[in-house]
Write a protein that binds this ligand. Structure first.
Ligand SMILES: C/C(=C\Cc1cc(O)c2ccccc2c1O)CCC[C@H](C)CCC[C@H](C)CCCC(C)C
Ligand SMILES: C[S@@+](CC[C@H](N)C(=O)[O-])C[C@H]1O[C@@H](n2cnc3c(N)ncnc32)[C@H](O)[C@@H]1O
Length: 224
């Protein structure tokens, strides 16, 4: 059983076949800068809830038991792996790669999870195409991210939290503009309905978007 956890992907050594476009390089540098405090800030700002949301995403992938282009994110993730004694962490291979040009053959994976990655790639349709391509027929992708909610009150709360809690906290670490990017990236993201439509357009046979975390987050589950 081989699975791919995207945005912290798994090939050692860079294998970029296509040069990332300029804004992709800016995002790469953004995530390299926040990597050292990323998980701790996520724990603090979500009161640890992000770990629950990620476990839900993994459970929805259908993965029963088996990629990022930021070197810093990968090195911290892989170093942490050896701190965790559980056997299940020992069979992870960390690979640096581009979600828009995955260095894997067609039908390679039994499941794919993508945590807070799709909103950050510069071409969401191409990323969805690539996930479709490398998945085995009948397998699932589970994509967790912020929810671009259509509920006005939820949207107002999400925006208020980012403006008044997230960014001021990140400012303490000198990362104000990196976390201000969160708001624009959510505004430029796709709603749950649009994500389902995109998945079906690239060829997935089924697609369903679930709102979680009170509608602040969302998880798309699509079957090839
Ligand atoms: C794990 C989470 C976000 C990861 C994440 C994703 C990005 O695209 C980023 C881009 C730029 C900088 C940072 C990130 C980033 O950290 C979700 C939880 C962490 C959030 C930063 C906190 C969001 C707060 C919610 C809007 C409100 C939470 C209410 C309640 C406490 C659960
Ligand atoms: C918010 S972080 C998510 C990290 C982790 N998956 C998690 O769930 O916390 C977004 C990640 O997407 C990565 N990313 C953005 N565009 C990418 C691309 N085209 N290919 C691979 N990784 C990409 C960034 O480097 C960053 O590590």
């Amino acid at each position: 059983m081989v699975s791919l956890q995207l945005s912290v992907p798994n090939i050692v050594g860079s294998r970029f076949k296509r040069r990332p476009v300029r804004c992709a390089v800016e995002r790469q540098e953004l995530f390299n800068r926040i990597a050292p405090v990323y998980d701790n800030l996520n724990d603090l700002l979500s009161l640890g809830q992000h770990r629950i949301w990620k476990r839900m995403a993994v459970s929805w992938s259908g993965l029963v038991k088996g990629l990022d282009f930021s070197k810093e994110q990968l090195s911290i993730a892989s170093s942490r792996q050896y701190l965790l004694s559980k056997a299940c962490y020992n069979n992870i291979e960390w690979v640096e790669g581009d979600a828009l040009d995955l260095p894997f053959s067609n039908g390679y994976f039994d499941a794919i999870t993508m945590g807070y990655g799709l909103r950050n790639v510069v071409d969401k349709r191409q990323a969805m195409r690539e996930m479709f391509r490398v998945l085995k027929p009948g397998s699932r992708v589970s994509i967790l991210d912020f929810n671009k909610t259509t509920q006005l009150l939820t949207a107002m709360f999400q925006e208020w939290m980012i403006d008044n809690v997230v960014v001021p906290t990140a400012t303490v670490y000198g990362l104000a503009k990196e976390y201000q990017y969160l708001k624009t990236s959510i505004k430029e993201f796709l709603t749950g309905e649009e994500l389902e439509k995109l998945a079906l357009e690239v060829g997935f046979s089924k697609a369903r978007h679930y709102e979680i975390g009170g509608g602040l987050m969302g998880n798309l589950v699509a079957t090839r």
